[in-house]
Design a protein around this ligand. Sequence first.
Ligand SMILES: Nc1nc2c(c(=O)[nH]1)N[C@H]1C(S)=C(S)[C@@H](COP(=O)(O)O)O[C@H]1N2
Ligand SMILES: [Mo]
Length: 492
Amino acid sequence: MTRWTAALVGLLGVAAALVAGHLVAALVGPPASPLLAVGSTAIDLTPAWLKDFAVRTFGTYDKLVLLLGMAVVLAAAAVAAGLLSRRSALPGTVLAVVLGLLGVAAVLYRPDLGQLGVLAPVASLVVGVVVFRSLHARAPEDGGRRAFLAIAGASVVAGLAGQLLGRRVDVEASRRAVGDLTPARPAPAVPAGADFAAEGTPSFITPTRDFYRVDVALSVPRVRAEDWVLRVHGLVDRELNLRYEDLRRRDLVERTVTMTCVSNEVGGPYISTANFVGVPLRDVLLEAGVRPGADQLFSTSVDGWTAGSPVDVVLEEDRGALIALGMNGEPLPLEHGFPARLVVPGLYGYVSATKWVTDLELTTFAARRGYWLDRGWAQRAPIKTMSRIDSPKGLATVSGPVVVTGVAWAQPTGVAKVEVRADGGPWRTARLADEVSGSTWRMWRVELDLAPGGHTVEVRATDRSGFTQPQARVAPVPDGATGWHSIFFTVS
Ligand SMILES: Nc1nc2c(c(=O)[nH]1)N[C@H]1C(S)=C(S)[C@@H](COP(=O)(O)O)O[C@H]1N2
Ligand SMILES: [Mo]
C-alpha cells in the first residue's frame, strides 16, 4: 500500500463512521450525532477561564471554531492511523473503536439525550471498523479505487440524508405560523434622542441580526411551538403546564430591555437591546403560588442547560421579568430561544436568560446549581454598572474638536451620570441621551478640545444609587468585569 492509499483508507474510515452516526442520530435525536455530542461534552467540561477566552477570542464563532478544530484533529488522527496500518489493520481498527466509545461516553454524559441516543455512536463504531477493515483488505488490489469511490459516494449520500432527516422537525414553519405577536401593552416608543448613532454609538434598539449571541448549544435546539410545554413546579401551590397557545392568548406585554453577558470584557461587545414581547414571569409564578422557602427559580432549557435566578428578584413588581416569545416585532429567532426564553432586566444572562426554556422549578440555592456555577462562575450575578467608549475607535486618527460617544448601563437602576477625562486630567460630565428606562443602556456624548497628538480618554458611569464604577480592572470571572474603559487615539 502506498502512503497515499494508507492515509485515504484512514480518512474514509473515519468519514464513513461519522456520517453513519450522523444518519442514525437524525432518527433517534440529532444532538446525538457523535461529532456534536463529543463537542457538546467538550463545551460542558469547559471551565470559566476557557469559556471566557473562547467568547473573547472567537465571539459568536466559538462553536464553528470548535467544530473546525475537532475536524482537524480527527482528520490528523485518521491519517496517522491509516499510515500506521500499512502492515496490519490493527491501529485503524483501534482508532475506530476508541472514537466510537468516545461518542458513546459523550452521549451518555449529555443530560438531554435519551438512552436511544447511544445508537448513533454505536453505529459509528461498527461502520468505522467494518469500512476501515474492508478498505484495508481491498486497497492492495487496484489501489482500492472502486471500493474508495463506493464508500465516498455512500458517505456523501448518507451525510445528506442525515442532514435532511435531522431537519424534518420543521421549526422554521412553526415559527412562521406563529404570526403576529402584537402586545396588548406595547413598550413606550423609543425617542429619537435616545442614541447618538450618527456620531458612533450603536442604534438604541439592536437589529435582531446584530444582537449578540452567547450559548453552549453546538446545534441550535429545534422545538416547534406546537410541541412546547413549560412546566412550573417545585415549591408551588399548584403545578402548571403551559402550552405556547396558553401564553400567546394572554395579554402580551412589550418591554425594552438591554441584555448583557457576564463574559463581556471592559469595552466589549456582548450587550444588546431589544423590544421583548411576552408574558410577565411574575404573573405566572403568582398563579403557581410560590411557597415560602423557595429562594431560587431554577430554569432548564430543552438542551439541559440551566440557570438559577433569585426568586425575590423575579417576583419584584417593577423588575419586568418576562417569559419572552418575541423580539423586535417577530417571534424569537431560533438562535435566541424560539419558542420561549426568559429575560430578567438587571441580571447577567447566565443566571436568568434561559433560551428554549421548558422547565421552571421553584427551589432553593442550596438544592440545585445552575450550569455555570460548577465551572467557576458566581451564584448571584447582578449586572455591574459599566460604560464603554464607542467613538473614536482605539488607535484612530481624528481631527479636532473630538466628539467622544458611547454607552453606559446600570440595569435596572439606570445611569445618572457619565464622566470622561483625557490624559488623567479633570473629569468632564458627558451629555446623556434621553433615558428609555433603568433597564436599558444609555448613550452619552462629550466634545473635547484636544491638542494635536496622542491622547488617552477614560470613561466612568455613576448609577442612580450613587455608585460610581471603580477604576480597578477585574476580569469577568466570576461575576463580571469592572474597570474604566479607556482608548488611545491621535488628533491630527
Ligand atoms: N439554553 C441556553 N440559554 C442560555 C444560554 C445557554 O448557553 N443555553 N446562555 C445564556 C447566556 S450566558 C447569555 S449572556 C444569554 C445570551 O442570550 P442571546 O444569545 O439571546 O444574546 O443567554 C443565556 N441563555
Ligand atoms: Mo452570558
